[in-house]
Ligand binder design. Structure first.
Ligand code: AMP
Ligand code: ZN
Length: 465
């Protein structure tokens, strides 16, 4: 498999530390609100990455954190605590908020056929581990105490910015919106490992530590959880591109300072889902959740299909028009597949040929768009029904689009078509041939061809996909 590595800024051949098991870590959600479909784009791409590795024969151990403490509104340690903000908004406790939105996040992943990682850890269940790492960083001179907080000293590293493309000044100005300079820091880029003093004394969750009652910084969570559950050598670390700086930059700094060696070989980042004004976020524009799309009548998997038709490394701009197009194409593809008869016998040479092509597509930096095009090619080919169905069953282990599942949505599509046929019959009876023809053309445009016979009108899904 070849994959783009943010660390080297190149597409590279993937070579795991241990062929038997790939260790993969993905930053989890901050559970203070619903995930928007932009967040979910990140988890779709990570799901594809995990399933691609499985398809190519690797065993994957994947771990993810759930951030239920310590993530401030700005990723660089300023602003209000996100969890506290959520709790205040809903007049509930932080614990209740965390529980509710973790369950909701789990449901969203299920709805989008995203596999729940093998190991999922709450940040609040790992406090002693953060303390252990911070103590060592202090002993080794990588951290210092100032104004009641413990900071990581970035000046101790020559390569602090190795994950980013930017110059130091760009990064500081570009990413840190609303920064209030923290006068207790020695260097502008230093970040908090442990807070005992914060502007928000009403912080609900605090733990005793050698430095007083307090709570961990956001970045230390991921490093500690990854090291504890996946060991000292990580193969892949993922997230959205907004995580590159400061979050992942800080993760590398503290993990490598603690371990004393290189920590993770491949850093893989997914680009954002944008709306018409820029990066989709929870605080601006329509708050687009998967539930909202369902309420509006969309099949959630049409959104997955839309994401898979774009490269995970390119910005994808959301619009309802784009989603409509994706839904049309997805349902047409599904109906075409569902109309394949289980006929003929398995043609092994064709099976292997297409299966190899599929592996090439997904192994080429997760080129899911080409993998989907391959399905269209397969449908047009002369392969037997059985060969086609077996291949699609296999490809869907990665794509997870329920391509062979006859569900409510396709039944609804049947219902829609039958209603249109009924309307057309009535129009013909009324001698309104213009309306009858326009219904026929409208369906044909969607790939549904009506067949009139003495027994009545039936339909078939035509090749025009
Ligand atoms: P958060 O819950 O804010 O920590 O974000 C969870 C994940 O969603 C992170 O990996 C982010 O990088 C990612 N993310 C946030 N906004 C977007 C977006 N608009 N498009 C794609 N991924 C995003
Ligand atoms: Zn993280």
């Amino acid at each position: 498999m070849r994959i783009f590595n943010t660390l080297t800024k190149k597409v590279e051949e993937f070579i795991p530390n241990n062929k038997k098991e790939v260790k993969m870590y993905t930053c989890g959600p901050t559970v203070y609100h619903f995930a928007h479909i932009g967040n979910l784009r990140a988890y779709i791409f990570e799901d594809i990455l995990e399933k691609t590795l499985n398809y190519l024969g690797y065993n994957v151990k994947r771990c993810m954190n759930i951030t239920d403490v310590g993530h401030l509104t700005s990723d660089s340690d300023s602003g209000e605590d996100k969890m506290l903000k959520g709790a205040k908004r809903e007049h509930k406790s932080v614990m209740d908020i965390a529980k509710f939105y973790t369950e909701k996040f789990h449901d969203d992943l299920n709805t989008l056929n995203i596999k729940w990682p093998e190991v999922v850890i709450n940040a609040t269940d790992n406090i002693s581990e953060y303390i252990k790492i911070i103590e060592k960083l202090l002993t080794d001179g990588y951290a210092y105490k100032s104004g009641g907080n413990i900071y990581f000293d970035t000046s101790r590293l020559n390569d602090y910015y190795k994950l980013t493309n930017h110059k130091i000044d760009d990064m500081v100005v570009g990413v840190r919106e609303g920064v209030e300079e923290d006068s207790f820091k020695k260097n502008q880029a230093d970040f908090v490992l442990w807070f005992t003093k914060s502007k928000f004394d009403d912080q609900e969750l605090k733990w005793p530590s050698p430095w007083g009652l307090g709570y961990p910084g956001w970045h230390i969570e991921c490093s500690s959880i990854a090291i504890k559950y996946l060991g000292e050598y990580l193969d892949i670390h993922c997230g959205g591109v907004d995580n590159i700086f400061p979050h992942h930059t800080n993760e590398i700094a503290q993990s490598e300072a603690y371990l004393g060696h290189k920590w993770c070989n491949y850093w893989v980042h997914g680009e954002h889902l944008n709306d018409s004004t820029g990066k989709m976020s929870k605080s601006k524009g329509e708050f687009l959740t998967i539930d909202l799309l369902k309420e509006k009548g969309y099949n959630p998997l049409s959104y997955r299909f839309m994401c898979l038709n774009a490269s995970y490394r390119k910005v994808l701009v959301f619009s309802y028009e784009a989603l409509d197009n994706a839904e049309n194409a997805y349902l047409k593809l599904k109906n075409k597949i569902l109309s394949i008869e289980e006929s003929g016998k398995l043609e092994e040479d064709i099976y292997n040929e297409y299966n190899n092509k599929f592996k090439e597509c997904i192994g080429d930096d997760l080129n899911t768009a080409n993998a989907i095009t391959l399905i269209y090619d397969l449908l047009k080919s002369n392969a037997s029904g059985i060969t086609k169905l077996k291949l699609i069953y296999s490809f869907d282990k990665v794509l997870s689009l329920d391509l062979l599942k006859k569900d409510e949505i396709s039944n609804n599509l049947d219902k829609d078509i039958l209603e249109k046929i009924e309307k057309r019959n009535q129009a013909k009876k009324d001698k309104n041939y213009q309306l009858a023809d326009s219904i026929r053309d409208e369906l044909l445009e969607k790939g549904i061809k009506l067949i009139d016979s003495r027994e009545g009108t039936t339909y078939e899904v035509v090749n025009k996909l």
